[in-house]
Design a protein around this ligand. Sequence first.
Ligand code: GLN
Length: 304
Amino acid sequence: MLDYQEVLNTIYANAIQEKNKGIVASYIPELKHIDASNFGIHLRLITGKTYNVGQAETHFSIQSISKVLSLAYAFSLVGNKLWQRLDVEPSGNPFNHLALLELEHGIPRNPFINSGAIVIADILISNLKNPKEDFLNYVRDLTNDTSINFNKKVAQSEKNTGFTNYAAANLLKSFNNLENPVEDVLDFYFHQCAIEMNCTQLSNAFFAFANQGKCVLNKTRLTSSQAKRINAIMLTCGFYDEAGEFAFEVGLPGKSGVGGGIVALLPNEFVISVWSPGLNDKGNSKLGMQALEQFTTLTKRSIF
Ligand code: GLN
């Protein structure tokens, strides 16, 4: 029988020995003080069984991982109309790239590059009464955890320095692909990125994607078809210009964030969350990617 705890312990032992832990993101000033030696994993099987190792209960900034949750909310609110405003093709470019946006007349390549997530933020603002509060409640409901919150300092820190995101939003506006004022859309976007979770909460938040759209309390939050489509976008676009590498090394749909979190899942089997704040040069957690490669190799569980 597969001993998941032993697998996690082995991965942890390998990770803490690693000398090159990657580099903590510093372009959002509030993130640069995080200690690169943090490392945690949480695994939740579809049966409800859970395993963890290391700093699985320490909170971190989920950053771009929030783009999956905002996509899920927008998809459940407006359905396939979403795809009139953005595409579902991998970009092969960094998360903050702007050139393709211009070439493609303001239609972002996918919902996980920043420009795509900014369009999703705009759609949510147009469809919600109290956008930030409603989104936070959606995330809390998915996770079954009312303690989840924004880190306002992180949101403000990105607001002060997020010039490329302002450029992206202005470009979208010039192509008529933003309905709301740039300031409002970015305020929402910086807050969604500044949500904090630990590995346990992250696995719970993503349980619905592994469970045919049903959240941890087994309530339907997405159709199984929507869950399938979001998993497909995670597989092809979840790691920007390293999506091919992640599929090659790990073989699971997943999503990373510059806070050093990665969540990945095998539909109908499990969700696994890793946090290691040091990033590689593509902006993905260095040891997080290695840990997940070891996990799917040792357990022989991947979509391939
Ligand atoms: N908030 C970050 C940004 O917009 C998210 C980037 C990321 O996690 N890849 O730059």
